[in-house]
Design a protein around this ligand. Structure first.
Ligand SMILES: NC(=O)c1ccc[n+]([C@@H]2O[C@H](COP(=O)([O-])OP(=O)(O)OC[C@H]3O[C@@H](n4cnc5c(N)ncnc54)[C@H](OP(=O)(O)O)[C@@H]3O)[C@@H](O)[C@H]2O)c1
Length: 329
């Protein structure tokens, strides 16, 4: 009995003890987290990797969290195992999804008030596990910062990755007409998720097409801000999300940060830049979009928990086709 109890109190998890490269991480046996009064213990069934997960492996993040270890991964979908005494909204057995640090693990804890909502029955754990970070980013870019309206002509630059594949589908779900920019190997994929026009950036420059856009959502950062603003209609909005083309090209991380800083400095009523927030209402809306079939998460590859560091390694290479999922338990 004692041996069984001790066994049940541990779990497999990918933990970042010190600043590390993705390839230096591995799954290990760690104590299962205790559930606080206002929190849920979730048995994780699925997760996915995001570029922000790499930040949490960095020296800057290590210093910011007071030289403490942290669990890798954030997006999760799973089943509530146990709830703290003051939890009202959830109970053991509920299927949930959201984001909380330490999702590359068999169990995680998340405060009831934080980024966790009920998973619609029609949405698989695998799909729900891709939604929180990239889906919230795409939704907030289109709806909150881009103020998309039905009939708007929207350009998504960097349409084939984690954020871009959600951005294209959310723009369509909200009534936009979408021009999507990606490389040759992703043209069919981006068309299959609903883009009205696909521009292959290896063959054609979207800035030279003579088109005007009500909204530009820029994930890639491949063009200067002034070039992009020059393509906006009267009252149009540019929303800077990221700079993948610079980060994974000649500019590297510093070049990408410099580009985003220039956008930040130019922020105005028609130039926006933002850091996505986790909101319960957005997570629920994303769940409904997937349950109703209006959004279909695109998954490049699914890794097991023991291979989760490989998903982070793949993220660091860029040029993803949708999301990288992690299947757990
Ligand atoms: N603001 C926020 O809160 C927030 C939240 C999440 C992510 N981000 C940032 O957003 C960026 C993208 O994240 P993600 O998860 O979508 O990354 P990702 O999955 O790696 O996607 C990047 C996309 O950019 C495309 N791309 C690369 N070079 C391009 C070029 N020259 N022209 C057009 N497209 C190009 C890639 O397409 P090809 O493979 O076809 O080249 C790929 O589809 C990252 O910089 C990330 O840090 C910001």
């Amino acid at each position: 009995m004692i041996a069984l109890a001790a066994e049940a109190a541990t779990m497999r998890a990918v933990v970042c003890h010190m600043p590390a490269r993705p390839g230096e991480l591995h799954a290990e046996d760690v104590p299962r987290p205790a559930v606080a009064d206002d929190a849920l213990l979730v048995r994780v069934r699925a997760s996915s990797a995001n570029p922000v997960d790499l930040f949490h492996l960095s020296t800057v993040a290590y210093v910011m969290r007071g030289f403490k270890p942290t669990g890798a991964g954030a997006d999760f979908a799973g089943i509530v195992e146990e709830v703290g005494p003051s939890v009202k909204e959830f109970r053991a057995g509920d299927e949930v999804f959201g984001a909380a640090r330490g999702a590359f693990a068999e169990y995680l804890t998340v405060a009831e008030s934080a980024g966790v909502v009920a998973k619609p029955a029609a949405v698989s754990f695998a799909d729900a596990g891709t939604l929180a970070v990239a889906g919230s980013t795409a939704l907030q870019a289109m709806r909150d910062h881009g103020r998309i309206q039905p009939g708007h002509h929207v350009l998504v630059n960097g349409a084939s990755g984690g954020v871009g594949t959600f951005a294209v589908q959310i723009a369509k779900a909200l009534g936009g007409k979408v021009t999507a920019v990606c490389s040759t190997r992703n043209v069919d994929l981006v068309r299959s998720i609903g883009a009205d026009v696909v521009v292959d950036y290896t063959k054609e420059d979207f800035a030279g097409r003579g088109e005007r856009y009500d909204l530009i959502v820029d994930v890639a950062g491949s063009h200067s801000l002034s070039e992009c603003v020059g393509l906006l209609t009267e009252g149009g909005v540019f929303v800077g999300v990221g700079a993948s083309a610079i980060q994974h090209g000649k500019g590297g991380t510093f070049g990408a940060l410099a580009h985003l800083a220039r956008v930040r400095i130019a922020s105005s009523s028609d130039v926006k830049i933002f850091v996505a927030k986790l909101r319960k209402e957005d997570l629920s809306f994303l769940g409904e979009l997937v349950a109703s079939g209006r959004v279909r998460p695109v998954i490049e590859r699914t890794y097991g928990l023991e291979e989760a560091p490989l998903a982070l390694e793949r993220i660091s290479e860029g040029h993803l086709q949708g999301k990288l999922a992690v299947a757990i338990g």
